[in-house]
Design a protein around this ligand. Structure first.
Ligand code: PLP
Ligand code: COI
Length: 356
C-alpha cells in the first residue's frame, strides 16, 4: 500500500473478528481492530513500516522498556461523519507531541509523516471498525518503546513503533468527582510530566486508588513543591469558568500535558469572544470561588474523557458540590460544538479534520 510518499507493506488477516464485537456495548479499550502497524528501529535506521494482523508480539526478557521505562504513547480518535466519511481529529498535533515525548525520553522519534500515514493506511483497511453510534469512536493508540536486549542503563539503540486501534464508548459514563491531591505528586518541574510516557501513568495509580477508595474517580494534581497550584487530572486537563472567564493552568510549566482537547476548547472559546486565561490557578482561588459562588463550571478535557463535567471536588476531607449541570451552558455548548464538528454537522473552519 502506498500513501503519499510512504510505502507500507500490508498482510491482511485471514479471518476478521468484527462479527464477534457487540458494537452496541463498547467498553473503553477492551476490543481491538483486525490490524496493527509495526515498524522497528535498529542499526541507526527505521525499517519498513508494516501492517499485519492484530496479535501478540514476542519480546526479549531484557527488553529495556520493561526495565527502564523508555516507553511513550499517544491517543486520538477517528469517527464516522454524517456523510459516512471517517475523520480523525487533529492528528498532526498528536504526531508533534509524540515527537516531543520521544525527545524528552531520549528515544528516536517517529516522523510525523509515518505517524499520520500509518494511521491513514490502518484505518483505510479497518474502516468497518469505526463505530457509528453517537458517543462512540475508534480510539487510535500509537506507541513507541525501547527494545534493546540489554540490562545496562543507556538510551536504547532499538525501538518498536506500533499503532493499535480500539472501538470505544465513553471513558467516563457520568460526571466525575475529583479529589485535590496534596500529598502525592504526578510530576515535578524539570521532570517528565509534559511527556506522554508510560511511567507517568504507572506512578499515578497508587494515589488514584486511594482517591477512588474515598469515592473520587480522579485526582486533581497539584504542583510538587507547594501543593497549592492546580495542574491537571490523570487523564485530562482541567478547565474552570469563574466570573465568565475560562481559566486553565498554563503549559509553560513542564509538568502538564499539552492537551489537544484543551487547546481546541481554548481556540473555540476565543473564537466566540470568551475571555480565556492560561495561568497559574491556586487551590485557594478555586475554593474561594466555590464558596463565594463565582465558580460557574469545572470540567476535564481529554481525548478519551472528551469534555467531562466535574460534579464535586474533594479537598482536605471535605466535599464541595459544584453548580448544577443545567447551569453549565458554555461547556455544554463547547462539547456539542466539538461533537458536531467531528460529525461533519458544521464546516471544518479550523482545518482540524483528517479525512480518510
Ligand atoms: N492530561 C493527561 C495526563 C492525559 O493523559 C491526557 C490524555 O491524553 C490529557 C491531559 C488530555 O490530552 P488530549 O486532549 O491531548 O487527549
Ligand atoms: C487519552 O485521552 O488519549 C489518554 O491518553 C487518556 C488515557 C486513556 C490514558
Amino acid at each position: 500500500m502506498s500513501t503519499g510518499t510512504v510505502n507500507i507493506k500490508v498482510t491482511k488477516t485471514q479471518s476478521s473478528r468484527i462479527k464477534t464485537i457487540d458494537f452496541d456495548n463498547l467498553p473503553f479499550g477492551k476490543y481491538f481492530a483486525d490490524h496493527m502497524m509495526v515498524m522497528d528501529y535498529a542499526d541507526g535506521k527505521w525499517g519498513e513500516p508494516q501492517i499485519v494482523p492484530f496479535g501478540n508480539i514476542e519480546i526479549h526478557p531484557a527488553t529495556s522498556a520493561l526495565h527502564y521505562g523508555q516507553s511513550i504513547f499517544e491517543g486520538l480518535k477517528a469517527q464516522r461523519n454524517e456523510k459516512g466519511e471517517v475523520v480523525v481529529f487533529r492528528p498532526d498535533m498528536n504526531a508533534k507531541r509524540f515527537k516531543e515525548s520521544a525527545e524528552r525520553m531520549c528515544m528516536v522519534p517517529v516522523s510525523e509523516e509515518i505517524f499520520l500515514e500509518g494511521i491513514r493506511a490502518l484505518i483505510e483497511l479497518d474502516r468497518e471498525w469505526v463505530p457509528t453510534k453517537p458517543g462512540t469512536s475508534l480510539y487510535i493508540r500509537p506507541f513507541l518503546f525501547a527494545t534493546d536486549d540489554y540490562v545496562g542503563i543507556r538510551p536504547s539503540e532499538k525501538y518498536k513503533f506500533m499503532i493499535i486501534n480500539s472501538p470505544v464508548g465513553s471513558y467516563y459514563s457520568e460526571p466525575v468527582k475529583v479529589k485535590i491531591e496534596t500529598h502525592y505528586t504526578r510530576a515535578a518541574e524539570g521532570g517528565v510530566g509534559r511527556a506522554k510516557n508510560a511511567g507517568n501513568y504507572g506512578a499515578s495509580l497508587y494515589p488514584a486508588k486511594l482517591g477512588q477508595e474515598k469515592g473520587y474517580r480522579q485526582l486533581l494534581w497539584t504542583d510538587a513543591k507547594t501543593h497549592t497550584l492546580i495542574e491537571e487530572s490523570g487523564t485530562m486537563n482541567i478547565m474552570f469558568i469563574i466570573n465568565d472567564v475560562l481559566i486553565t493552568p498554563s503549559e509553560e510549566r513542564d509538568t502538564i500535558l499539552k492537551g489537544i482537547t484543551k487547546r481546541s476548547v481554548i481556540e473555540i472559546a476565543k473564537d466566540w469572544g470568551v475571555k480565556v486565561e492560561e495561568r497559574d490557578i491556586s487551590v485557594a482561588e478555586v475554593m474561594a470561588a466555590i464558596e463565594n459562588g463565582t465558580l460557574q463550571d469545572a470540567f476535564g478535557a481529554g481525548t478519551a474523557a472528551t469534555i467531562a463535567p466535574i460534579v464535586a471536588i474533594g479537598y482536605e476531607d471535605k466535599e464541595y458540590a459544584l453548580p448544577s449541570m443545567e447551569s453549565r451552558t458554555l461547556s455544554h455548548k463547547i462539547a456539542t460544538y466539538i461533537s458536531d464538528y467531528k460529525a461533519g454537522k458544521i464546516e471544518d473552519k479550523f482545518n482540524w479534520l483528517m479525512r480518510i
